[in-house]
Design a protein around this ligand. Sequence first.
Ligand code: SF4
Ligand code: SF4
Length: 107
Amino acid sequence: MTYVITSACIDVKDQSCVEVCPVDCIHFDENLDAMLYINPDECIDCGACEPACPVSAIFAEADVPESESEFTRINALWFEDALAARRLVEVFRQRAAGATATEGASR
Ligand code: SF4
Ligand code: SF4
């Protein structure tokens, strides 16, 4: 198993999780990424990052909410193809922004 960073990290990126991770398996490119990613091949499942996150973006893989399930794949993908992972994050972000706009319009 692994831990997974989900959409709440987008544009927060405060790196509290990086500071507590004992195996340095949380990465991003500060200039290119909207969020951080956990390497599932290196994560030792210690759980230290979860309570350190100020926006509750981190979940054990088995506890990732259904609405955020694609982030399990996105975290792993970043370590194989960062560009593809960034595209998926952008698609998620635009979809979320669209949903918020629709909600606002229907009020
Ligand atoms: S669960 Fe532990 S090893 Fe895995 S990313 Fe979090 S702090 Fe690092
Ligand atoms: S602590 Fe949470 S918000 Fe901060 S970088 Fe890590 S996952 Fe993102």
